[in-house]
Design a protein around this ligand. Structure first.
Ligand code: FAD
Length: 374
């Protein structure tokens, strides 16, 4: 580990007898647990960027960049009583986290919430500019290829098809059906919906990203089909944010997929003071932000119990929830899979598609759901 110790420390932070809780990853789970514990402990949030970008709002922000004003939230807005370190975590020991800038951040309790590794810019204004650039790219194109038929690709194709019906949208997916993470009923309904919006869906085909050198706007698929398009958006899955843990004290706590093995209390097996929450965990079932938020609240409760020296038997147990997935399809419609039914159209759309849970998420973070002051 590096030599430099991190001494930067504002006056008195939090409570919990000054116990230091370090959270790595400022996404859905990490930002919520940092916010929840900031008045109970001395909390430090380490994230590679200075903001929390609500993932389920990102595709709307590409067709309507002003939407990102509410959905890209500075960590400082909700973390009013904790420290923020804007850097990547690159190593951990039993008592410290090392960041890419060589800072050592000491902890009594550590929470790993590095979900998915997305190379987003460091600063909020850069992220807003990216949405603006994507929007200009969409507006300038007559034809667009979206690569990847998971939730990101489907939501983006739908956003473009609804807001820009005059554009030719092609969705290319290398699997046998769209939205493979949920059931075939939802896939089929989504495919039919996209067809009604004139989206050309090509299944079981991948795409060669190097365009032909003849100056044409052609993309060639693995089935040698030629798609004429002015631009493309890559919406293939992001890798788990756990590669950096492979040489650390947690290297034996990962499964074959790189997920952290946790017990019922969300502690990493074999490490009493290290917890993992969100998509990075090996908890069975579909990975959802809704579940990641539940993990954050359970883990916060358990850290409080540990800090108070209460019996381990008092700790909360995380019980996996039944599946409840809503994929938005533009501004009004959505496809939803609930435990006993699969729905498409305005009804599930009413739950998610207008505001994409942005107001609700902001409220959970203790912020005004409507207004942003910058
Ligand atoms: C298009 C789309 C729509 C979705 N819609 C929904 C929905 O409607 N409902 C729902 O419940 N879920 C939805 N999800 C899923 C949801 O977004 C994820 O389950 C959720 O983001 C997981 O949260 P997390 O905190 O585990 O990880 P993430 O949100 O991925 O956060 C990980 C954080 O860790 C940071 N990080 C990574 N590595 C490091 C490092 N080494 N050092 C420092 N920081 C690091 C990243 O910058 C990031 O901030 C959707 C996802 C997508 C992509």
């Amino acid at each position: 580990m590096a030599k430099k110790s991190w001494m930067e420390k504002p006056a008195e932070l939090g409570g919990g007898g000054g116990r230091r809780v370090v959270v790595i990853g400022g996404g859905v789970a990490g930002s919520l647990i940092a916010k929840s514990l900031q008045f109970n402990a001395d909390v430090t949030l380490i994230d590679q960027k200075e903001y929390f970008d609500i993932p389920w709002a990102s595709l709307r922000s590409m067709v309507e960049p002003s939407f990102a004003e509410r959905s890209v939230i500075n960590h400082r807005d909700y973390l009013t009583n904790g420290r923020l370190v804007v850097s990547r975590a690159i190593n951990i020991t039993n008592s410290e986290v090392l960041t890419a800038e060589g800072r050592l951040v000491a902890y009594d309790y550590l929470v790993i919430a590095t979900g998915h590794d997305d190379p987003l810019p460091k600063f909020r204004n850069e992220r807003l500019a990216e949405y603006q650039e994507d929007n200009e790219k969409i507006k300038a194109a007559r034809s667009i290829v979206v690569v990847g038929g998971g939730p990101t690709g489907v939501e983006l194709a739908a956003e473009i098809a609804v807001d820009f019906p005059e554009k030719k949208v092609t969705l290319v997916h290398d699997g046998p059906r769209l939205l493979e993470f949920i059931g075939p009923k939802a896939s089929n309904k989504t495919l039919d919906w996209l067809k009604t919006k004139n989206v050309d869906v090509k299944l079981q085909q991948s795409i060669e990203m190097d365009r032909s050198s003849d100056g044409s706007n052609a993309y060639i698929t693995s089935s040698h089909e030629k798609i004429e398009a002015d631009c493309h958006f890559l919406c293939t899955g992001k890798p788990l944010g756990s590669a950096w843990l492979k040489e650390t004290i947690l290297k034996d706590s990962m499964d074959n997929f790189g997920r952290l093995k946790v017990d019922d209390n969300l502690r990493i097996k074999g490490h009493k003071n290290i917890m993992a929450i969100g998509d990075i965990t090996d908890i069975k079932g579909v990975k959802q932000g809704y579940f990641a938020q539940k993990h954050a609240l359970i883990a916060a409760k358990n850290i409080k119990i540990m800090m108070d020296g209460e019996k381990e038997t008092k700790m909360a147990i995380y019980k996996p929830h039944s599946i409840k997935v809503i994929v938005s399809l533009g501004r009004q419609d959505a496809v939803a899979q609930f435990p006993f039914t699969t729905l498409i159209g305005l009804v599930p759309g009413m739950i998610k598609s207008k505001d994409l849970f942005v107001g609700k998420t902001r409220k959970k973070m203790g912020l005004d759901p409507h207004i942003v002051h910058y």
